[in-house]
Design a protein around this ligand. Sequence first.
Ligand code: ZN
Length: 176
Amino acid sequence: MALLKIRQFGDPVLRERATEVDRIEDVHRRLVADMLDTMRAAPGVGLAGNQVGVLDRIFVWQNEEESGAFVNPRITHHSSKTEIDDEGCLSIAGLAYPVERSYEVTVAALDMDGRSIEIEAAGHFARICQHEIDHLDGILFIDRLPDELKKEALAILRDQALGLAPVRPPPPEETF
Ligand code: ZN
């Protein structure tokens, strides 16, 4: 079991676009095993390549008892129905805010054997997929907040960095 360092807000790697994986090799399988360990130890329920400093389009997830990894994931369908729910991030340690997301998404990806898969996710799992694919595009959940809330979140992060505000990690099931 190898735990990777989770990059934190302010690290430029979180603002990069990760690139497609051409061929899934053993190095990617080892990376995914380490990312799953790191996600569980954090603890959280999703982790994207950027968050461990690797700019490959890969994320790992935990959905109740099931877990897995998607390579080169893309959303092929968003439901028009949306849901607002609290969301935190392993790379933004002490914040959670309500974020509006599509309630259902269809995700096309490769599994770790390189096979094309397509899954339909709803609710919390759909939220994890959208949050992680945002990471792979260099987008953070605070970017999805209305301007006023984003300003407030950035002010709290500044105060936390200066030791002026407490860091209160959200519950693991809201952290990805
Ligand atoms: Zn995150």
